[in-house]
Design a protein. Sequence first.
Length: 187
Amino acid sequence: LLEPYHLCHDCRIPVETCGKLSFSLRYDYEEQALVVRILKALDLPAKDFTGTSDPYVKIYLLPERKKKFQTRVHRKNLNPMFDETFSFPVVYDELCNRKLHFSVYDFDRFTSHDMIGEVVVDNLFELSDLSREAVVWKDIHAATTVSGRSHQDTAKSSHMWKTLLYKKHCNRKFVLFRERSDQEALY
Ligand SMILES: [Ca+2]
């Protein structure tokens, strides 16, 4: 089973983790591009009150933020198989200055999407020389209040409360309508 806490390898303080993400990395010398294949996630936490999540992954090659990719949404799935490939044009010698940033989100139809967590790869040569495809598993670090979770939670619970009130209101109108039409039918 997965440990819920790990030490952050930069700051040596405990980091809450929530599942794992697997992807592969390779450098395409002909196209001069970093090729990232997002494979799958395991044991994601449930963000919806139905006890599941609708995950998708956004990916950046920092510090560039303009170019970003994202996977499809996998509805009601805590172990999604993404298997999608993205290609970032970048000169090989520049790779040592770049960081890969994955953020895992839960899609919500009516409210802002919850960030589940993130994975940052700050040394792209840590795992291989990138000349051939290398598969990597990384712990997903849970989103903190800094990334806006608490604000989103407030917005979400307020939305759910409004929906509930609206439904109660509609049901009550329907009951009154039924009572009146039943009475009218008697006369
Ligand atoms: Ca959702």
